[in-house]
Structures are given as structure tokens and as C-alpha cells.
Design a protein around this ligand. Structure first.
Ligand SMILES: Nc1ncnc2c1ncn2[C@@H]1O[C@H](COP(=O)(O)OP(=O)(O)OP(=O)(O)O)[C@@H](O)[C@H]1O
Length: 741
């Protein structure tokens, strides 16, 4: 029975009926390639004697390459389905070969009279004619023409065209027409002026497959399919499920199959301890986590893998995607079971509570100074109300700026719970790193009085915060109440938004060792809480940190705008290093983001309504459109205003939208999501940065609040895959004053 390797090529978009026929065709091919109905036919005078076409139906033909080796038998490389004549033309003119410089398997266009002599390279007709009169973009930036051929393996004609390009845009236009993924990404690297060495390293072009000297051409091709750079474009079809995913997935499903060599390495390589994967919004961090979860699970089915993220709705999305990636992964519902457990981080604390039973409430002694009776977590904004009442009743002697629930929530979480402080005396000498405001002994005594009042009132009400839940869960695990750590591998998404108590909990859930913690995070996207330094929570990264820079989600134009929002912010990462902003790139291009100022609120509503209406008329599926607002009340206001203008949108409170209408949600709720078209609504002075967020913050925390507002706009802007519109009424927000134009 032949094997099938599926190659990602730019074939025509197929409707469901054709896809079903392709599915049946490939299925039959894997069963028996001599089946007459498949019409597997060699090409006359073809550039590659391996080229074949096969009959999908009367109109459509598949293009195939047949490789025969003694060890692997027959392999067909499936290279897309085309209308009859086009398929013949492609099969006749395109060869499959090993790039002589890099060893990567590739499609190679060789054209000549009547089908062409085999192996004679010529420029693809899609290449623009060289324009020698103007200055070469690559030449001016210090690249040498021969390097493109000798070090990157470009065909001479392609190298000529690249060297003749006068701008990065011209380079990208060439890249869009190249057939091979490695070519497209190498050109993108050149466009953003990566060094040749970096391009070679990123795409693993230095990697050489181990092939004996006397290997046949077919054996070399077979081996070439294993090259890390080939895995971006070629995938082995294992079973019907995999085949269905590849055929039906198209671009949206590409993440499940075609990983960038860097992504593949991060998903599969074993690490000695905690590892941090950083990278801008849309660089595929979540994709790596999902693949890594599958990899760890497959490597040891008795292993206990936890995949966690900031909240429940993001965890639900991870669950769905894990299922899409591989339906055979054993998903479990309890801590300590073999398989993959997907939970929000607070749900993990609740799982410890539920599974440890009485031991959990007994362990509360480490947090409160004495065991507690079972309690329920707060609902909604209850925590703030409890702090306010405690301040009102016991905090009147404090300076006014400390009489704020925000100050107390921060102090309680970052100082009291983080250090398991249970008495006034301990609090007098507690370290308060990163808390800004200094507290003398007198003030500390007053603060502690409020904390005691809060603890008393919450105890009476039978309530606790999620931070307290995490603290008690950590104490429970550290006391050994669950027979050792309940996980072997812990994978964390959205790490930048986790609190010190979350990190304490995660550390306690998995014992230190190889592949214990894998953390995906992006400091630029921190929109909740204070920055955390991981080493203070028993998590030592020590050089095991890497960054992804290729944006898979959005266009270069949207990316440029999103990055410009970050300008003016000072970002430190979780290892206290400067977070880098350079090097991000996208291979996709699109329209420039539209910034639309409006004289007043009514005009702004008109703008948003017209924009959404226009997109729907254009044929954009309504559920791929999102309007993002800074607050719940602005979300509700724009929903009502749009309804008054005949545009129905559904408000998303948490999780995903319902049904087939555009969604409106807060920027916070848009975290982790993506849409084709996005409106950032009311990015006006007086709305963003939110004045109330600044007012509520203690003076020394205002800079961080501002930074988070900047990050929030960045998160929101980076949700758009294709088009982005930013609106305001009156004056624009100061956050829009970056260098973007
Ligand atoms: N190798 C790939 N091939 C095709 N698409 C990919 C690949 N990797 C990621 N993507 C797509 O890019 C988009 C962003 O990926 P993902 O959500 O993993 O990024 P992220 O870094 O976690 O983003 P954010 O930080 O904004 O949450 C998704 O649509 C994903 O399917």
C-alpha cells in the first residue's frame, strides 16, 4: 500500500463536494494505486519522471509525484487538485527535487520547449522583470547577490529578481508567488533585514539529513521529507482522520499540520527544567502549547499533563482546539489522572479543594493562621465591596490614597498571601517588593487592622477570594495532602497575566524536573495585575527562554499599528529583562488600518454602523466581525446604538459569540481571540486610558496602570486578521500618538 505525503500548495479553493471527492481519491490511492478509476498517469516529456496526474472527477485532476525506495516502498506526494489542463501543465513543468544548497525538498519549476529538458532551470513566468536602474533594496542593505544562491539556495533567476527589488514591498510581492514555504519565509526574513545566518538558523537550513553517498535520487527525496524546513509544507497522512483534517482545514487548519521549524522544535524538544516561550500576539504560542501537549501525551500515555491558562473561557477554547488537533488525546477531568487535563488556573485551585476535601480546609491554617470552615468564592465584585467596608469601618486613620480597595487588593495578594503572613508581627517585617509606596510601622499597623476586619467579615459571610483559594490550594499541595505533585508536565498559556499566587500553585502542582513547566507568555499583553518575577516563585528559567517573531495572524500593516501602540511604554519581562519589540514580521499584507476621528458620539456610532454594514455587504461572515470597547458600559452603548441604526450585534460577556451576527465585547474579553475584521471603538481621550482606572490606583501604581492600558489597546489591535478600524469621538486617545502613520 502506498504512503501519501500531502504538500501545501496554492491550489484553487475547493467547495465541499470537490473536497469530498479529493478525500475519496486520496483514500483509494492509499489502498491501491493501481485501481483503474484513479487513472494514475505518467506525464509525457515531463520535467520530472515522477510526475503523475490522477482523476478526481471529470473536471478535476490531482497532481502527484511518485517516489520509490526499497525501505519506504512507494510514496505519492500529493501536490494539489486543479482543473484538467492546469493539472497537466503543472505536472509537466514542475519537478520535485532536493535543493542542492540546503537539502530541503522543494518544487522546482523547469520550463522549456515542448515541456523542457529535465532539470534546466528557468525563471518562473510570475517573476517580475529585473529593474536594474533603481537601487537594489538588498544591495543597499549590505547583502551580496551571490549569497542568495550560495547560502540560501535560491534559483539564479529568483535571486536576480530578489536582488533587483527596490523595496521590502517588492520583495514581499515576489514571496507571495513562490511555491515553496521555505522560499516565502526566507524572502520575508530578507525583507525585514535579518542576516543570512539568522534566516538559515530560523529555517534550520543548516540541518543536513543523513543520507548515504550511494543513495538514489528517490531515497534522497524520501529523506528530504524529514527535513525540518520540509515539515512546513509536507506532511505524512497517517489515517483518514488526518486526511480529513488536512483537506478540510485549508488555511484555518494549517496550524494543526504545518509547523514552522522553530514551532516544531519548541513543541517537541525535551528541556531540563522550566522553559519560557515568548513572542508577540499571533506568533503561534498557543499552537506550540497544543502541539507540545500532544507530544508529551504521545511520548508517555501514563503521564499526567496539565494545560492551563488565565481563565475558564480561554481554557474552553484550548479544549476545543486540542480536540481539533487530535481527537485521540485522552482528556481527563481530575487532577492526577493519566492524560491531559485542561483547566483555567483558578479551576485548578478549585480542583485541589474538591479533591483534597477536609485536608484543604485544614491547610488553610498556613494562610489564615487557623483552619477554616468550608467557604465559597466571591461572586462578581464582592471582593471590592468587602475591602471597601473594611476600610470604612477600620481604615479611617490611613492617608486618603491608601483608603482604596485597589491598594488593599494588591497589598493582600502581593505581600500578605504571597508570603503567607498570618500575624501583625509578621506583617511589620514583611518585604514588599514592587509595591511602590513605603509603609512605616504605624501605617503597617493601620493597614493590618483593615486586613483583620476584612478577614473577619469574609469569614462571617463564608466567602473567600480566588487569590485565597489559590493560596490554600498551594498550602494543601505543599503539605503533601495529595500524595505528591499531581502533574508531570504543566503547560501554561497567557503567563503574563498570572498572579504570584497562581505561580505558587503551578509550582506546587508539578515536581521540579525535566519538562516540568512550559510557559507561553508575552509581557506586552499583560492586562491584569502587577508584573511578576518568576524566580521569586521557585521557577528558574536560566537561559531556557526563546522568542517567536513570525506573526501568523495578521497583516504587516495591522502588526505595524499594533506595535506602534507599545511605543512609549517601558516593558520588563518575567525575568526582569527588557522586553524586545523588534524583529516581528508577517508574511501577509492588507489595507492600512483606518483611523477615523469623529466630532461627537453620534457621528462615531454612524461610523461604526457604516463600517460593519459595509463589511457585511462585502460578504464577510458576520461572526468574523468584532467591535471591541474599553468597558462594559461602552460595549452596551454601542450595541444599542447599532441596533437603532439597523445593525444587529450580539454582546459577548465571556467566551465565544453566539450565532451568526457580529460580536461586541470588551477589549479584556477579546484576549486570546481573533476575527477577520475588528473595530476598536471609542479610543478617545477620556476613555482610554480609563480615567477611573488611574483614579483608583495608588499614585505609585499609576505608571503600571498606564502600561496596562497601553497593553490592552495592543491586545485589542492584534485581534484583527485582515482589517482594523479605530474610531474615536472628540479628541483621540493619547495612546494613539505612536509613530504609526
Ligand atoms: N504554523 C502555523 N501555520 C498556520 N497558522 C498558524 C501557525 N501557527 C499559528 N498559526 C495561526 O496563527 C494564529 C495565532 O496563533 P496563536 O493563537 O497560537 O498565537 P499566540 O501567539 O498564542 O497569540 P496571542 O498571544 O495573541 O494569544 C492562529 O490563527 C493560528 O491558527
Amino acid at each position: 500500500m502506498p504512503n501519501v505525503q500531502f504538500a501545501k500548495v496554492r491550489e484553487p479553493r475547493h467547495d465541499a463536494a470537490v473536497k469530498a471527492k479529493i478525500f475519496t481519491f486520496v483514500q483509494k490511492l492509499t489502498e491501491d494505486d493501481t485501481t483503474a478509476a484513479l487513472h494514475i498517469e505518467p506525464m509525457q516529456q515531463a520535467a520530472d519522471s515522477r510526475a503523475r496526474t490522477g482523476r478526481v472527477d471529470q473536471f478535476w485532476r490531482a497532481v502527484l509525484y511518485r517516489i520509490d525506495t526499497p525501505t519506504a516502498g512507494t510514496t505519492y506526494v500529493y501536490a494539489g487538485t486543479w482543473p484538467h489542463d492546469q493539472a497537466i501543465e503543472r505536472a509537466r513543468t514542475r519537478a520535485l527535487r532536493i535543493n542542492p544548497v540546503t537539502g530541503v525538498i522543494e518544487f522546482y519549476e523547469a520550463i522549456g520547449e515542448g515541456g523542457g529538458a529535465q532539470g534546466v532551470p528557468t525563471a518562473s513566468p510570475s517573476l517580475p522583470a529585473p529593474a536594474p536602474k533603481k537601487e537594489s533594496y538588498l544591495g543597499t542593505n549590505g547583502y551580496l547577490r551571490p549569497e542568495l544562491e550560495a547560502l540560501l539556495g535560491f534559483d539564479p533567476a529568483v535571486a536576480d529578481a530578489l536582488y533587483a527589488a527596490t523595496s521590502d514591498d517588492e520583495l514581499l510581492a515576489i514571496s507571495e508567488n513562490r511555491e515553496n514555504e521555505w522560499e516565502r519565509l526566507a524572502i520575508l526574513g530578507l525583507a525585514v533585514l535579518d542576516t543570512i545566518d539568522k534566516i538559515r538558523a530560523d529555517l534550520r537550513l543548516d540541518h543536513q539529513e543523513d543520507v548515504p553517498d550511494d543513495a538514489s535520487d528517490d531515497e534522497r527525496l524520501q529523506k528530504g521529507l524529514e527535513h525540518p524546513a520540509a515539515k512546513m509544507q509536507f506532511t505524512f497522512i497517517d489515517n483518514d482522520e488526518e486526511l480529513r483534517r488536512v483537506i478540510e482545514g485549508e488555511d484555518f487548519g494549517a496550524w494543526r499540520v504545518f509547523l514552522h521549524p522553530e514551532q516544531r522544535e519548541y513543541a517537541t524538544k525535551s528541556r531540563n527544567g522550566a522553559f519560557r516561550l515568548t513572542g508577540g500576539a499571533g506568533t503561534g504560542k498557543t499552537v506550540v502549547l497544543l502541539h507540545r501537549a500532544r507530544h508529551l501525551h504521545r511520548a508517555n500515555v501514563t503521564g499526567r499533563v496539565i494545560l492551563t491558562t488565565f481563565n475558564r473561557s480561554l481554557a474552553e477554547a484550548l479544549k476545543r482546539d486540542l480536540e481539533r488537533l487530535d481527537g485521540s488525546i485522552v482528556r481527563v477531568e481530575k487532577l492526577g489522572e493519566a492524560g491531559v487535563l485542561v483547566r483555567g488556573v483558578d479551576q485548578l485551585a478549585a480542583a485541589v479543594r474538591d479533591q483534597a476535601g477536609a485536608a484543604f480546609w485544614a491547610s488553610a491554617e498556613a494562610v489564615y493562621g487557623s483552619p477554616i470552615e468550608p467557604r465559597n468564592p466571591f461572586d462578581g465584585n464582592q471582593e471590592t465591596s468587602f475591602w471597601q467596608s473594611a476600610i470604612d469601618s477600620a481604615g479611617q486613620s490611613l492617608p486618603p490614597q491608601l483608603q482604596s480597595p485597589a491598594f488593599f487588593e494588591g497589598e493582600y495578594l502581593h505581600v500578605v498571601l504571597s508570603q503567607s503572613i498570618t500575624t501583625r508581627e509578621q506583617y511589620f517585617t514583611a518585604r514588599r517588593p514592587g509595591r511602590g509606596v513605603a509603609l512605616d510601622r504605624r501605617k503597617r499597623a493601620d493597614v493590618w487592622t483593615v486586613i483583620e476586619a476584612y478577614r473577619q467579615a469574609t469569614s462571617l459571610a463564608g466567602k473567600m477570594s480566588f487569590a485565597e483559594l489559590a493560596a490554600v490550594a498551594t498550602a494543601t499541595l505543599n503539605a503533601g495532602a495529595m500524595d505528591g505533585a499531581p502533574a508531570d508536565h504543566l503547560l501554561v498559556d497567557e503567563g503574563q497575566d498570572l498572579s504570584p499566587l497562581h505561580w505558587g500553585l503551578l509550582r506546587a502542582l508539578v515536581a521540579e524536573g525535566p519538562d516540568d513547566l512550559f510557559i507561553a507568555e508575552d509581557s506586552h499583553q499583560r492586562i491584569y495585575g502587577q508584573r511578576v518575577v518568576l524566580s521569586r516563585h521557585g521557577i528558574a528559567i536560566r537561559g531556557r527562554s526563546r522568542r517567536l517573531t513570525l506573526n501568523y495572524r495578521t497583516t504587516q500593516q495591522n502588526l505595524g499599528f499594533a506595535m506602534s501602540v507599545l511605543e512609549g511604554g517601558e516593558y520588563l519581562d518575567v525575568e526582569e529583562g527588557q522586553e524586545e519589540v523588534n524583529g516581528y514580521r508577517s508574511s501577509r499584507r492588507g489595507p492600512a488600518p483606518l483611523l477615523v476621528g469623529n466630532p461627537n458620539a453620534t457621528a462615531q456610532y454612524e461610523t461604526v454602523a457604516a463600517t460593519v454594514r459595509g463589511w457585511i455587504e462585502e460578504g464577510v461572515p458576520p461572526q468574523n466581525i468584532a467591535i471591541l470597547a474599553r468597558t462594559n458600559s461602552r460595549r452596551d452603548a454601542v450595541k444599542t446604538a447599532l441596533a437603532e441604526r439597523g445593525v444587529t450585534v450580539s454582546a459577548v460577556i465571556s467566551g465565544e459569540g453566539q450565532g451568526a451576527s457580529p460580536v461586541v465585547m470588551t477589549m479584556h474579553n477579546a484576549k486570546g481571540q481573533e476575527f477577520s475584521r475588528v473595530v476598536l471603538f471609542d479610543v478617545s481621550e477620556g476613555q482610554m486610558p480609563a480615567p477611573w482606572a488611574l483614579d483608583q490606583a495608588a499614585p505609585e501604581e499609576r505608571d503600571d496602570v498606564l502600561l496596562r492600558e497601553r497593553s490592552l489597546l495592543y491586545v485589542a489591535a492584534s485581534r484583527a486578521r485582515d482589517e482594523l478600524v479605530i474610531t474615536w469621538g472628540g479628541e483621540p486617545s493619547v495612546l494613539l500618538s505612536g509613530s504609526w502613520s
